[in-house]
Ligand binder design. Sequence first.
Ligand code: ADP
Length: 771
Amino acid sequence: MRLTEQDQGKELRYEFVSNSKYAGVVQSIYYGERSGIWIKLIKDAGMKSVAALCLGLMGGFCLVVCAVFRFAFKKPLGIRYLAWALFLCAWWMISEMEFRQLIFKNVSVWTITTYWCLMLIAFPILLYVDEIQEHRYRKLFSISLVYSGVVFVLGTIAQVFEIVEFVTQLPFIHVGLLFSIALVIGTLTWDTIRGRMKNYMLVGIGIYGMLLSAVFEMIFYYVQINVSLGTILAVGLMFLLVMAIIKTARDLLNDEKKKQEAIVAREAQAKFLANMSHEIRTPINAVIGMNEMIMRTCKTVEVQEYAQSIQRASGMLLELVNDVLDFSKIESGQLEIIEKDYYLADILQDEQSLLNARIANKPIEIRLKLDSTIPCKLYGDELRIKQITTNLLSNAAKYTERGCITIGIGSKWLDDDTILLQFSVSDTGIGIKEEELPNLFDEFKRFDMNKNCNIEGTGLGLNIVKQLVSLMKGEIEVDSIYGEGSTFTVTLPQKVVDKKPIGDYREMLQTSMEQARSKTHYFTAPKAKVLVVDDNAMNLSLMKELLKRTKMQVDVARSGMECIHLSQQKKYDLILMDHMMPEMDGIETLHKLRSMENNQNQATKVVVLTANSTAGCQEMYMECGFDDYFSKPIQVDKLEGLFLRYLPKEYIVLQEEKENTVDILEIDRAVGLSYCMDVEEIYQEMLNDFCEQSTECLKNLETYVQEENWKDYTVVVHSLKGNARTIGAMNFAQLCLQHEKAAKEANVMFLWEHYREFVDTLQKLVNQIRR
Ligand code: ADP
């Protein structure tokens, strides 16, 4: 209302008419210039208003920061509740401000928000205290929260439908607030007494400070000290916020520190794993290599048997170490998928030789169902795909005694340059019980242990397969009928590099499989000059021994320096170089070799020999300039394959391997004759009898094996053993003894594995005697 000079001397009557309680109470009436009133109000309530604004700004700022943490870093901060509390407090103080009638047109609506603030404020405060107290008193707090919630809902409904106004509900609101404050003070005191406050000391001090400010506020109110109301409380709240911010910052720093420590620990673990991988694999490799030498040089049946056991056990140990390393690498998130171009045929070829080795001596047929239209060159992690297929195939071989293993490979186009590669392995093995299927891919889980106790395994293989498949964004499924067999199907999306179809690879593979199963080849290359560099003398002598039959000219060097020295004197066709060597390691030696001038071996192919099997190391070696990578333990077939790849073709002479059974067929005439009183005629008769009886035995053995009648099988091999001894076939008699023992113990695994070989040997023995 505007007053003018003409109004001078008139009476000014101020009438307050309202039926709403929100019309409030008239505290004071000012009249004067608008600016004058502003100045007066600022003098009276300025400080409180500035404090309220600061509080609101701080709360708002904190809320923004919390939202950033929440959405950008996915990290909800506990301080967000406090920020809400402050924000509501500030709102309440502002809505109570003396300026409000000068700023807001509809003061009544604005006043309603004051009540909402009062009703809601208990929520963020209790949630915040609950969070910093690690939810110890959640049940108590819940009572207060439920009470305040009910008051808020019912109160708002009552207000909206004009049943009861907020002002009338004020006592209920106050009860809720007082109860919440009592809870905060009570739990805080209890925590202080129990010494638990040290976990949130700063915030505790902050809350005590805030409570103290509330007490001062009250005292000032009653003793009428001229500090505008609310200012001290606002300061107390700001103090609490600052303390809470310091605590949050400290927590965040601690989290970051812990994260850094975890990264360092993970790096240390990775390093440890790499070292372990090297340290454990080196002695196993030596065992495998030395054993290989025994198997090549010693033909005695017994020693061969022992050596085969060592081979199986050490192979198993190596597999186990690799599995555990892979498992821990996957667990610590270090296993990377390294993609590059690869030919599908290469994988098939490798898998074929692996499967052949695993099912040797078992009556198992391998079938291939290959879709000839699959693109021949793909892009993906060849090594890991091989690991998956190897695992599934070796399981099929392990858990199948007879019948067939079917490898199916197909594909489906997903888009223009991606296919879904499907790889399946079906077997006619023991199968898996339906109730065990859901846990099949769990780590360290093995099933049907009464049947499988003779089959080695860790229960890690399928878990690793599953994890590798998901790392490659693929899927694995299993279908199994207990007692009939299982089918594992893996599907992997793969980019296509060359759309040319793989063609009738099946026929080629089948033929080469048959060839591999019927005969083994090796080669000689007397003209080839090879240099092997390794600081470990045992490895060098092993390598020399393994390469003996190839008749190559093998030189050895014990260090990088020696390698450089030798390569200045002779031109080599291939250099095999160890990586880890003292003084000058393999990589340094290679660089020196390549960079040295007038060096005749500057372009010689160099293959790195290493026990380091960690992910990505193959790429690392290739980047360093090596021509190829060869992982220890040295598998002779692969080693020979390496030479076949790198030596000049004209040097290579392929040889057919002599059969190992030669010595088993050996007949010691002197022993035989000694059983016949040294009478040649009797001995000849014995030999004849042996042949006739053996033919009979062969028939019987076949029947007993089919019927799994191991009792009669024992009787037959027992008599065969006696017969063999009387003619002087001592090695064969030894073999009979093994079969007799196995049949007595019903060691079906052994018998199935060795039966075919046994009857073949007997047949050969008979043929040899007849000749
Ligand atoms: P491992 O073979 O080392 O025991 P895996 O993780 O490869 O470990 O396999 C877990 C279990 O699943 C095996 O112990 C076996 O009981 C079962 N299993 C796996 N593959 C086959 C299969 N082809 N036929 C029957 N059972 C299988």
